[in-house]
Design a protein around this ligand. Structure first.
Ligand code: SF4
Ligand code: SF4
Length: 278
């Protein structure tokens, strides 16, 4: 539906009013930047082929633009590039091809519209030599900013934790007193394996000495903590029961931390929660 509305109905309005590219282009460009440019130093004054031919025969100046409007007709956003670089221009270069076809037909040199800089059009008009400054303060600045952002993104990617754990305490009941006097809290725990290989984790609970941690479907046990397997690029949701033995001193609310440890690499992910008592 969105494709139909954008491509079938709105068309160039998307490029002109919705696309951020023209705004970025306008902010980045300057008179030394290579853009699709109408070389008005060569094209003006525009006139018919016949008139231009007779003026040239008489040794008078005549522009190469024959005002055929082909460059405007082919432009997907309806820009007349002869009025200068505009926000609507998407730099597609179709006007360059259209004008080159016209130039070929009337026997004039190609590239009346071409990738050029504003400064060089002005310099040629003033009879000065062209100049190109590829590395300018702003190009160094943009290169530096792009390198900085790329570096931050790369660092974020490399430092990304490939283990994840989060837990949700049962809302009701928040604790259960068992017949033998022990106290139990239940949680729904989600384990994340962000690697493309199966991994084995140990689910530990910190700050609750003497607690027994159990879960259905655990692959084993290590020092009283369940050992759990999670498939490649998968998450696994489990019911986890934490039980304090009879007679253990339990506060009404004890902060605890679920700690998921990769048995092979030692990578750790934690999640803070609470253990509730009477
Ligand atoms: S296509 Fe070339 S010759 Fe025709 S109007 Fe555009 S700039 Fe002038
Ligand atoms: S480069 Fe494309 S969008 Fe820009 S004026 Fe030429 S045809 Fe139009």
């Amino acid at each position: 539906m969105t494709t139909f509305v954008f491509g079938g109905l709105m068309r160039e309005q998307v490029c002109i009013y919705m696309c951020p590219w023209p705004r970025i282009q306008a902010a980045l460009t300057d008179e030394h930047a290579l853009n699709v440019t109408y070389r008005y130093d060569r094209g003006e004054p525009r006139m018919s082929v016949k008139k231009a031919t007779s003026l040239r025969a008489a040794g008078k100046p005549a522009g190469d633009c024959v005002d055929c409007d082909q460059c405007v007709a082919v432009c997907p956003t309806g820009v007349d590039i002869r009025k200068g670089l505009q926000l609507d221009c998407i730099q597609c270069g179709l006007c360059i091809d259209a004008c080159n076809n016209v130039m070929a037909k009337i026997g004039r040199p190609a590239d009346l519209i071409a990738y050029d800089t504003d400064i060089n059009v002005k310099r040629r008009q003033a009879g000065q030599a062209e100049e190109f400054h590829i590395m300018r303060p702003r190009t160094w600045l943009y290169a530096g900013l792009i390198a900085l952002v790329a570096g931050i993104m790369l660092a974020a990617l490399l430092m990304r934790n490939d283990v994840g754990v989060n837990a949700m305490h049962d809302r009701n009941p928040i604790f259960v007193s068992l017949s033998d006097g022990s106290l139990r809290n239940a949680y729904t725990v989600n384990l994340l394996n962000k690697r493309s290989e199966p991994r084995t984790f140990v689910l530990q609970v910190d700050n609750l000495p003497g607690a027994k941690v159990e879960t259905a479907g655990q692959a084993g046990e290590e020092n009283g903590s369940p050992v759990i397997e999670v498939g490649p690029d998968q998450s696994r949701q489990m019911r986890v029961l934490i039980t304090m033995p009879p007679g253990a001193k339990v506060a009404a609310q004890t902060p605890i931390s679920f700690k998921l440890v990769d048995k092979k690499t030692g990578r750790v992910a934690t999640h803070a929660d609470h253990f509730f008592g009477p």
